[in-house]
Ligand binder design. Structure first.
Ligand code: DGL
Length: 267
């Protein structure tokens, strides 16, 4: 099937986290029209139940695909991907790229064979995380910790608010204070919000740690799945869609513009 040059790429997250996935994708495909959708009315996902996420995400993506006719959708959220990806794929007739916790790159990078997985509470308890660890890090100790406060820190950073450094310290302590944590050398940022506060995590760390995440791999996957397709001749302004537009969303407009998202709309 021929894809129209102006058919967008759709990125979906609960909030601003998906911007860490959008950035490398835009660098690779600079003329791609972008729809960035954030479920601000459902935010945060990480403290919700599997049932709530499994009901909410496929329904929203269905509406977004109907309205914006993207050529491809990216679930730029580990929580939504680890819970709802198969259902979304079954429901949509376009390629859907998910965000898998970066356990494979963490296991590859770890020299001490102890790595951490920092995600949301909902992500770190998924059996999918255990399957990835068994497949890619069977010889490693994997420590896991969920932090809802770090998700809020990333949102606050992009709203331009002052940041409390204790939040990043606490999130890392959740891993470092576990048995084996003294040998941990690598941390998989298994929530798309967390690469947005990587500098704060690095500054809060008592010793140098390697942080890995899946953004570059997802960009390569998008490029592969869209190869041979036509794109506009020049970059087009992107659109940020929110399921609820409030004052907090308005304060994100500067950050959104720096990711090429010039317009905010309500779904
Ligand atoms: N950015 C999301 C993730 O990758 C979820 C953050 C949240 O809404 O709790 O898991």
């Amino acid at each position: 099937m021929t894809v129209a040059p102006n058919a967008p790429l759709l990125f979906f997250d609960s909030g601003v986290g998906g911007l860490s996935i959008l950035a490398p994708a835009r660098a690779m495909l600079p003329n791609a029209p972008i729809i960035y959708a954030a479920d601000s009315a459902g935010f945060p996902y990480g403290t919700k139940s599997e049932a709530e996420i499994a009901a909410r995400v496929p329904a929203l993506l269905g509406r977004l695909v109907e309205r914006y006719r993207p050529r491809l959708a990216v679930i730029a959220c580990n929580t939504a991907s680890t819970i709802a990806l198969p259902v979304v794929r079954a429901a949509l007739d376009i390629p859907v790229v998910g965000t898998v916790p970066a356990i494979k790159p963490a296991a590859l990078a770890s020299r001490t064979r102890v790595f951490g997985v920092l995600g949301t509470d909902a992500t770190v308890r998924q059996p999918y995380v255990d399957r990835l660890a068994a497949e890619h890090g069977a010889d490693c100790i994997m420590l896991r910790h969920g932090s809802a406060a770090l998700v809020q820190l990333a949102e606050a950073k992009l709203r331009g608010e002052p940041l409390n450094p204790q939040i990043a310290r606490d999130a890392l302590a959740g891993l470092l204070d576990q048995p084996g944590g003294d040998r941990m050398d690598t941390v998989a940022l298994a929530c798309t919000h967390f690469p947005l506060v990587e500098a704060e995590l690095a500054a809060a760390s008592p010793r140098p740690l390697t942080f890995v995440h899946g953004g570059d791999g997802i960009a390569r996957r998008i490029a592969y799945l869209t190869q041979g397709q036509a794109w506009p001749a020049a970059p087009a302004p992107g659109i940020a869609i929110f399921t609820r537009v409030d004052a907090g969303v308005e304060r994100l407009s500067g950050a959104l513009r720096s990711y090429g998202l010039d317009r905010i709309e309500a779904l």
